[in-house]
Ligand binder design. Structure first.
Ligand code: ADP
Ligand code: MG
Ligand code: MG
Length: 882
């Protein structure tokens, strides 16, 4: 038979699954010999049993009674003794802390008789009656959903009658009676007088609250499994409301906002726990406790030090002082801001508490990303209008627009405000600085699409009512054109333009700030250096221009993993591409290519100069050629207009014919990548020649260029072989060019499957995980992200968007297979990845595990990938991670 109850003496901090976080940590403190009121934990297993059957499991009662006896013995009081009652608190606490669940009920065990006993025994009738009225209120609210306002209204009435905040004993007695009536009015039963009934009703209510709507929603958002269940902690009450030598407080062993050393916290004299949170009176700073009660203060400091040593991390603490005696009521490894996470990890390493390897595990790429986004200047921010779900980080300021048309028409920055978004809003989302919605969570259309675009988004701001030309929020009216600011990191929405501060961490990476004298930057530097030292994966950048590449280099990239040459065919060069496409004979085509060659060569020379000494992987032209021509609709309209006017449409007419001819039903699966190189004579040859000539020029100038030629969209070794033979012939003709490796992208599933053949022709592989994901799943990103991804995420078909985090089971399997097959044929094969996943923390970990040589990502994400590459190496090396 399973056990459902564990005394605090029996557990420890690593049993959070069974005892919940709060219970496991209370047990740990008890084991450490700290002053914890006696108590026990009813396990999460009992909760799961309750949720399954709807009843408290058999055997639970006996176990509870048995453990209650132990508590009674230790306190020297009996539960239900009318003369000197033992009172209990019942506290929920799952493995993860969670809003929306039932909270705590204090003072369980009081009734009409024992309230008198408590008054007599303590000589404090005021305290006894105040405790009783608190019990009725908390019990009513949490066990029976009695609206808190009804109790509050009675309290306000009593205070008004008394002419002040403080109520006398007689008034408290009257208030208890009023509360009992409220209780009866809502429940149809009298407030339960039997202490055991109070206890079991409270335990069952905690279990039941696991499935409260808000709790379910929260778990879905945070991806916490729905079947864990919560534990319940039952413990002897201690009283902070026994006079000026009593009180209650919260404390942190370091500042959770900045990570700075020193003790932080708040204290409230003569009060019980819920008063601190409720803000009944103003709290005082913890340091003032040093004067009020120096003995307890010193004891608290020494306990905090011991807790930090035990947990080897920032701890937060809840405590109560009863008549000068300190009691510990809770501790846990404390939450912290991203900045504090870096500072604390570096400090703990400095202090010798943890190793640098472990310090790396205490921070994450997501946290670094948050530090790299621009932030609102909090000091200059007004009170927010409301707070929604932080769905895609960043700080966006703009004029409110309510639809895509207005967004596209706007001249300045705009924020698109919608009740919720759908695929029709896509153009508006692209045009806007940020997106704000009233409905939907982190998997809503707005959230998924905005994250995909790297656009700031706050969604599910439920206080907002969106109309046609205005939205209202908490009594404010915001009109189209009014400026608002939204913070995708905190979910806050502000009226007006809040000043945006560039990230100091980015300025540090840019070389504009030195870490000297700055705790955060020093911590970031320290951990980045260690990450680089440990990392086995190199980090390259996707950069098409010398400007991007030099930024990437400042951010620590040790190569360019993807230079997309199509970006060199845009702007005023588009006409040259048009000429190439429209060429009717070899001469015209050669002329067009010859005009493109020097332009390409200059681009490459600049890029190789910036990346001197480092590899630059140049991808031959990938997108379908019609992407370089005007859209079909534009051309049709222009030609029709010319014809209506009786004019010759000229070049437009030719282009229209070409566009019609080149139209593809599925461009993503059409004439692109290596296929272009094989059917458009001279195209790849021109690019190869430009690369080789640029490299030769750099060598002549004393440089050390390291270009590599990468062929996109290869599915069969024969494709690569053909391109490679042609390329090598050209390379051998360019005098003074260094040796240039030729490799391929692996982005078509067939390439992964036949990697063993392809590796015979490829000197390197680079996974194009965007295309590989699309083709493995058989969906195109543009078509699906807005359409059904939200639903798929909600249903748990994806744990995360496969375009954000690599799908390990499917796409990842192809990656692993291709690495194995490729290296079996060519052991020295260099393997990298150049899809967006190269900058995603979870995916970086996977690429490390799969034995890749490097990841390549956008310049901005290079530091994130470096950090994650280091973390992956340390975690794999077996250092303990949390
Ligand atoms: P939460 O998870 O919301 O913080 P807790 O279970 O920690 O809820 O309870 C909230 C507060 O109730 C505690 O911080 C503490 O001040 C008070 N409290 C809980 N148990 C006791 C107890 N046995 N004696 C005195 N106060 C208690
Ligand atoms: Mg608490
Ligand atoms: Mg691709």
């Amino acid at each position: 038979m399973s056990r459902y109850v564990y005394d605090f003496f029996e557990g420890h901090k690593d049993r959070k699954d069974l005892l919940g976080g709060k219970g496991a940590n209370l047990a740990e403190m008890t084991r450490m010999g700290l002053p914890v009121p006696p108590g026990f934990t009813v396990t999460t297993e009992a909760c799961r049993e309750y949720l399954r059957t709807g009843d408290l499991p058999d055997g639970l009662f006996g176990e509870v009674e048995e453990h209650l006896r132990l508590v009674e013995n230790r306190r020297g009081k009996s539960f239900g003794d009318p003369a000197d009652p033992l009172l209990l608190s019942v506290r929920s606490g799952g493995k993860f802390s969670m809003p929306g669940m039932m909270e705590t009920i204090l003072d369980i065990g009081l009734n009409d008789h024992s309230v008198l006993g408590l008054a007599a025994h303590t000589g404090d009738a005021h305290f006894a009656w105040d405790s009783y009225r608190r019990l009725i209120q908390m019990f009513g609210k949490t066990v029976y959903d009695v609206p808190g306002e009804d109790f509050d209204a009675e309290l306000a009435k009593a205070r008004a009658a008394a002419g002040g905040e403080e109520l006398g004993v007689a008034e408290l007695e009257d208030l208890v009676n009023a509360y009992k009536k409220v209780f009866y009015a809502h429940t149809g039963r009298a407030f339960p007088q039997a202490p055991h009934e109070q206890l079991y009703l409270a335990i069952a209510a905690v279990f039941k609250s696991w499935n409260a709507e808000r709790a379910v929603l929260y778990r879905r958002q945070e991806r916490i499994p729905q079947d864990l269940g919560t534990a319940v902690n039952v413990m002897a009450m201690v009283f902070g409301n026994r006079g000026p030598d009593s009180g209650t407080g919260v404390a942190f062993t370091r500042d959770p906002a900045t990570g700075r050393r020193g003790v932080y916290g708040d204290y409230l004299q003569n009060a019980q726990g819920e008063d601190v949170v409720a803000g009944v009176r103003n709290t005082i700073s913890l340091t003032e406790l040093a004067t009020i009660d120096p003995v307890s203060y010193r004891q608290l400091l020494s306990i905090m030090q011991r807790l930090e040593q035990r947990y080897r991390d920032l701890c937060d603490i809840e405590f109560t002082i009863e008549n000068g005696n300190l009691w510990m009521l809770q501790t846990r490894v404390g939450k912290r801001t991203p900045a504090a996470a870096f500072v604390i990890a570096a400090q703990l390493a400095d202090e010798g508490v943890i190793s640098l390897d472990e310090a790396l595990q205490r921070v994450s790429g997501e946290q670094l990303a948050q530090l790299m986004f621009p932030h609102f200047d909090d000091a200059a921010a007004p009170a927010p209008l409301t707070t929604g779900v932080p769905a895609s980080p960043g700080a966006a300021v703009g004029a409110v627009v309510f639809d895509s048309v207005a967004a596209a028409a706007a001249t300045g920055p705009v924020i698109l405000v919608r009740r919720e978004t759908n695929p029709d809003d896509l153009p508006g989302m692209i045009a806007a600085q940020g997106v704000l919605t009233a409905r939907g969570g982190k998997t809503s259309h707005a959230a998924v699409v905005a994250r995909g675009m790297g656009k700031t988004c706050v969604c599910g701001a439920e206080d907002i009512h969106v109309g046609e030309t205005v939205f209202t929020v908490n009594g404010h009216i915001v009109r189209a054109g009014d400026v608002i600011s939204i913070d995708g990191t905190t979910g806050r929405v502000y009226s007006g333009a809040v000043p945006v501060k560039p990230s100091p961490v980015v300025r540090y990476f840019e070389g504009e700030l030195t870490p000297h004298g700055d705790v955060l930057l020093s911590a970031v530097e320290r951990l980045m250096i260690h990450a680089d030292r440990k990392a086995r994966l190199a980090v390259h950048a996707n950069a098409d221009t010398a400007t991007d590449a030099s930024r990437a280099r400042r951010f620590g990239a040790t190569g360019v993993g993807l230079c997309r040459t199509e970006h060199m065919f845009l702007g005023d060069r588009r006409v040259l591409v048009e000429r190439l496409i429209l060429a009717e004979n070899e001469t015209e085509r050669d002329a067009a290519l010859a005009a493109l060659l020097p332009l390409q060569r200059t681009d490459f020379e600049e890029l190789f100069a910036v990346m001197d000494g480092l590899p630059v992987t140049v991808r031959l032209l990938d997108p379908p050629l019609h992407e370089f021509l005007p859209p079909l609709e534009d051309l049709t309209a222009r030609v029709a207009r010319a014809e209506a006017l009786g004019e010759d449409p000229g070049r437009d007419g030719e282009l229209l014919i070409a566009v019609r001819r080149m139209h593809e039903a599925n461009p993503m699966l059409g004439l692109r990548g290596v296929r272009l190189g094989l059917v458009v004579p001279g195209l790849f040859a021109m690019q190869v020649k430009a690369i080789a000539q640029a490299a030769a020029a750099r060598v002549a100038a004393g440089g050390n260029p390291q270009p590599e030629i990468m062929v996109p969209l290869v599915g069969a070794v024969q494709e690569l072989e053909t391109v490679r033979l042609e390329a090598e012939a050209i390379l051998s003709e360019v005098v003074g060019a260094p040796r240039i490796r030729v490799g391929t992208m692996i982005e078509v599933p067939r390439a992964a499957l036949t990697a063993g053949q392809i590796a015979l022709e490829a000197e390197f592989f680079s996974f194009g995980t965007n295309d590989l994901t699309q083709m493995t799943w058989g969906f195109s990103r543009d078509d699906v992200e807005g359409e059904f991804f939200g639903r798929y995420l909600d249903l748990g078909i994806f744990p995360a968007s496969p375009f954000e985090t690599l799908d390990r089971d499917g796409v990842g399997e192809l990656v692993r297979m291709a690495v194995d097959r490729g290296r079996a044929v060519r052991p020295a094969l260099t393997v990298g990845v150049c899809g967006e996943h190269g900058g995603d923390p979870a995916s970086v970990r996977f690429f490390h595990e799969s034995g890749l040589n490097y990841v390549s990502c956008s310049p901005f994400r290079v530091p994130i990938a470096r950090l994650e590459a280091g973390r992956a190496a340390c975690a794999a090396a077996g250092s303990d991670s949390r």
